[in-house]
Design a protein around this ligand. Structure first.
Ligand code: EPU
Length: 416
């Protein structure tokens, strides 16, 4: 079993260039299903989840060619409309094939993802929206079998919560539907804006990108294009916290600091010096962070996927911070691991109460999911002694060469 070994101490300094965004590229791979032919994606990060999504598409009959941070996807005239449990289980995001397969094939057989390390994660909003557009679903032996009669039909769908995945599935459903689809209370994440840009350049007619009212006029067909994936704000944010937690000085280039507005504001409130410009940001960490409070919320609120990294930082602060997690019901599972390193954190319902301590001490810990895994490595960078993070494949799902990139900033880190 491979592990990441990190020896705390060094201040991280230097510059890193942001790679492409995981949560955009995964959906941009799927959106190619909507148009037969040869698609080209550039700025593709070399991460495990991209491999898994490529396998999902291969299962539908697509041919994938890999290049250096680019992918070519050749989509057949008649994709096979199914995503099997072996793949869906490894990556819940596979559920976004539902909309494109229904739209292209008139049916979709997608294994039901079930919950994961972040909680129950139901998908009723995806299904109810597609049902309003004329799809019907049956659950047969753990597989969701969806069908439509003719084309999906545009209609107005009001989401009870701005779910990222449901917004994406409904956009996918709407682009080839008959008439106009209106999504009220749509998610506004930059990754969805990038997906809309890709779809519009394929010939879709989607308006309201970046707002909570997205209107889609269905078209007869789409064409393959070349698309460059936007920079990963979560990768940029994670390296910013690496600078902060080591009292370091880290510059991240090739990113959009605007996409991390709330997270950078909170880093400043915690005593970091933050500079930002067009396409770059720089974070200089304080001797010890100050305590702050924040609540995770849909974009443009504080991103839940930056919560564990921030909790690692605040575990070393000079006072008590209160964090409220509003997106997931089980996002604090990693806190027990941080506590083993000496953090003083109690959980009450969706709140984490973090009493800052003077230091953490390295020990063996287990990475429970992508972001918590990254956060434990960050804690290890600041801890005394060696932290041994097991299950690093979780980190590989979302971060390209995490160990190599941290070591380029001066971290004492290796993979065993
Ligand atoms: N939800 C429902 N019903 C639904 C849909 C969602 O109850 O029908 C709940 C979920 O259970 C969850 C919350 O709503 O508690 C948010 O879910 P959402 O649909 O917005 O998230 P997602 O599409 O499943 C994406 C990212 C996550 C990120 C969230 C929130 C991808 C592949 N995943 O998930 O990224 O945390 O949006 O921004 O885009 C990560 O990168 O580490 C990660 C987990």
């Amino acid at each position: 079993m491979s592990k990441i070994l990190v020896e705390g101490g060094p201040r991280l300094t230097g510059t890193l260039r942001t790679l492409g965004a995981k949560n955009a590229v995964l959906k941009e791979i799927v959106s190619t299903l909507l148009a037969p032919g040869r698609h080209h994606l550039t700025n593709v990060p070399s991460i495990l989840d991209v491999e898994l999504m490529a396998r999902v598409l291969e299962h539908t009959g697509c041919r994938i060619e890999h290049g250096d941070h680019e992918l070519w996807i050749v989509v057949p005239d008649e994709p096979r409309p199914e995503a099997p449990i072996e793949l869906v289980r490894q990556m819940r995001a596979s559920i976004v094939v539902l909309g494109p397969l229904l739209a292209r094939c008139g049916e979709a057989r997608v294994a039901l993802p079930g919950g994961d390390d972040l909680g129950a994660r139901p998908i009723e909003m995806h299904m109810q929206g597609l049902e309003q557009m004329g799809a019907s679903f049956e659950l047969i032996h753990g597989e969701l079998v969806g069908r439509i009669d003719g084309r999906l039909k545009g209609t107005e769908i009001e989401l009870p919560f701005p779910s990222v995945g449901a917004t994406e599935n409904l956009i996918f459903g709407g682009v080839l539907a008959e008439g106009e689809t209106v999504i009220v209370n749509a998610a506004r994440e930059p990754e969805i804006q990038d997906l809309i840009a890709q779809l519009n350049s394929m010939g879709a007619d989607i308006r309201g990108s970046g707002t909570s009212l997205v209107t889609i006029t269905g078209v007869e067909g789409l064409v393959p294009v070349e698309h460059k994936v936007l920079p990963d704000r979560l990768e940029a944010g994670t390296y910013a916290v690496a600078g902060a937690i080591t009292r370091g000085d880290v510059t991240v280039t090739g990113c959009h600091p605007d996409h991390l507005r709330m997270e950078l504001t909170k880093l400043e409130a915690a005593g970091c010096e933050v500079e930002r410009g067009n396409g770059w940001l720089r974070v200089i960490g304080p001797e010890r962070p100050e305590p702050i409070d924040f609540a995770t919320l849909p974009y443009p609120g504080f991103h839940t996927d930056m919560q564990p990294q921030m909790v690692a930082l605040l575990s070393l602060s000079t006072g008590t911070s209160v964090i409220t997690e509003n997106i997931y019901d089980a996002r604090y599972r990693y806190v027990g691991e941080l506590a083993r390193m000496g953090a003083d954190i109690s959980i009450e319902a969706q709140h984490a109460i973090i009493r800052g301590v003077h230091g953490l001490s390295g020990c063996p810990v287990l990475a429970p999911d992508i972001r918590a895994g990254a956060a434990l490595v960050l804690a290890g960078l600041a801890a005394e002694g060696v932290t041994e993070v097991s299950n690093p494949s979780h980190i590989d799902r979302g971060y390209e060469d995490f160990v190599g990139r941290l070591s380029s900033l001066g971290a004492r880190i290796e993979r065993s």
